[in-house]
Write a protein that binds this ligand. Structure first.
Ligand code: XMP
Length: 514
């Protein structure tokens, strides 16, 4: 394992992902973890991430010299680089030598461990206020910029390396190569970690954890819960029961996909609860977005718990486990770090007796989203499930501006299916993060179709690109694709006589309209 020590910026996750892209397994540890504890994990190499602090700020995170003396290869990036420099006796000044954004790095030793085979001048991404002016003893300076005399240094004997810039970001053109040079050449690691290993490991771990008891899993139709369920099914077969609540707010074909394709691919034992009527009744007369969300959330929990109760009452071994599709970013963000396995979840939200406690099974806790997709594909799940766009829990209920009715849902389902079909046909699925299709049910406009006047509703297309849904930009879709979608929707969907394109980024707009 390569440990990425997180100095408190958003870079550690990206670094961990890049290491895995180099097919070496990595995990993140907080910088507050004592050195002995870090070393006790027996890391094959350590990476010190960037961070928002200056090494001169009082209270800025530091690192114990012992980390560099344990014989473990270390790579410092940005703040990690400066810490390494300062801790080992180099000079770091806060002389006002700032650099932010794209900079040119001049490689001064082209045959070095980190830079061999990369250009003498390369674009790198900088973000720092302090700068290293003298490398520690025993280090060779291997790169500089106009502003920073020491922008990279290496000590092959001690296997210590550092760069002032961020090799993990896309704008550092040879960053991945430099990182791989550290891993393979500096630390002597081999690129042999694959998602195949994950499946084997997890299947064994799940069998061990669950034993001969039973587990349940809620399926949402999304990627994470589907892959988690498939993995657990592979491990324990019929000891797992999945529950899928069809609230009637799904997109066209979605429920059938879970009922048929998912079951066909996995052989999972599935309980489908048809709750459409119940949801529509609860939503009748409601137009306020927050109220809709609350109603859908509340009904969902009630229906799900009722289904759980029914499974609990069936004959068979104790139902002691709840499967969840928690991903590594959630684990890191909630401060969980590594190795926190046996979390209890107390489900007393209402409806279930207080004394029922499930132990969680979270087989995706180590994985990033793209890795989850790879695992899913390897488990034989169909592309339509594995590559699917994020879809909000409240479903189409928050994509109808106005009251939610069966008629409007059917209409929106048609329009959404057309947009999805055409985007897929144009090969654009991987370029867009998601494309909500929204029905403005409270708006009417005048149109002309055939020879007659119409007074129908507009459909909004909201294609966006994003990395994490926190920010997003509207996708510049080709006009001919937009035109085809527009023509088909207005021709094929009753009561829709206008298609409009949302050209707002997030912020200020959110991705969904409600
Ligand atoms: P917004 O509209 O806030 O959406 O920009 C950001 C991302 O989150 C999805 N989303 C949800 N996902 N339950 C979910 O599971 C929800 O209630 C929910 N609301 C929004 C949205 O589709 C987008 O990907």
């Amino acid at each position: 394992t390569v440990l990425v020590v997180d100095f408190g910026a958003q870079y550690a996750q990206l670094i961990a992902r890049r290491v895995r892209e180099a097919r070496v397994y990595s995990e993140i540890v907080p910088s507050s973890m004592p050195v002995e504890e870090i070393l006790a994990k027996n890391p094959a190499a350590i990476i010190l991430s960037g961070g928002p602090s200056s090494v001169y700020e009082p209270g800025a995170p530091t690192v114990d010299r012992a980390l560099f003396e344990a014989g473990v290869p270390v790579f410092g990036m940005c703040y990690g680089f400066q810490l390494m420099a300062r801790t080992l006796g180099g000079t770091v000044d806060n002389s006002g030598a700032r650099e932010y954004g794209r900079t040119d790095l001049t490689v001064s030793k082209p045959s070095s461990t980190l830079f061999e085979g990369t250009p003498a001048e390369q674009a790198v991404w900088m973000s720092h206020g302090d700068a290293c002016s003298a490398a520690p003893e025993g280090f060779t300076v291997t790169g500089s910029t106009d502003v920073v005399p020491v922008a990279a240094f290496e000590n092959d004997e001690k296997k210590l390396y550092g760069v002032q810039y961020h090799p993990e970001v896309m704008h550092s053109t040879h960053g991945q190569q430099v990182l791989e040079h550290f891993l393979y050449r500096g630390a002597g690691l081999r690129p042999d970690w694959t998602t195949g290993n994950v499946i084997e490991e997890q299947v064994a771990a799940i069998r061990e954890q669950v034993g001969d008891k039973r587990a349940i899993c809620g399926l949402s139709g999304g990627v994470d819960s589907a892959v988690a369920a498939a993995l657990v099914q592979k491990a324990i077969g019929t000891q797992l029961t999945c529950v899928y609540v069809d609230h009637g707010l799904m997109r066209k074909g979605e429920t059938e996909q879970v009922e048929k394709d998912f079951v066909a691919a996995t052989g999972v034992q599935l309980k489908v609860v048809d709750a459409e009527e119940r949801f529509l009744k609860a939503l009748a007369g409601v137009s306020d977005p927050e109220e809709k969300r609350k109603i859908i959330g509340r009904e969902f929990i009630r229906v799900f718990e009722q289904a759980q109760l029914e499974i609990l009452q069936e004959d068979g071994p104790e139902v002691a486990f709840l499967v969840q599709g928690t991903l590594y970013p959630d684990v890191v963000e909630s401060g969980g770090g590594t190795g926190t396995a046996n979390i209890k979840s107390h489900h007393n939200v209402g409806g279930l007796p207080d004394d029922i406690e499930f132990e969680l099974v979270e087989p995706l806790r180590q994985l990033f989203k793209d890795e989850v997709r790879m695992v899913g594909a390897e488990l034989g799940l169909p592309d339509e499930i594995v590559q699917r766009q994020p879809f909000p829990g409240p479903g189409l209920g928050i994509r109808i501006v106005g009251e939610v009715t069966k008629e409007r849902l059917d209409l929106l389902r048609e329009a959404d299916a057309i947009a999805r079909e055409e985007l897929t046909a144009a090969g654009l699925d991987r370029d867009i993060w998601q494309c909500p299709v929204v029905l403005l049910a409270d708006v009417r406009s005048v149109g002309v179709q055939g020879d007659g006047r119409t007074y129908g509703h507009p459909i909004v297309l909201r294609p966006v690109s994003s990395e994490d849904a926190m920010t997003a930009d509207w996708s510049r879709l080709p006009y001919d694709v937009l035109s085809k979608i527009s023509t088909r929707i207005t021709n094929e969907v009753k009561d829709v006589n206008r298609v409009v394109l949302d050209v707002t980024s997030k912020p200020p707009g959110t991705i969904e309209w409600e």
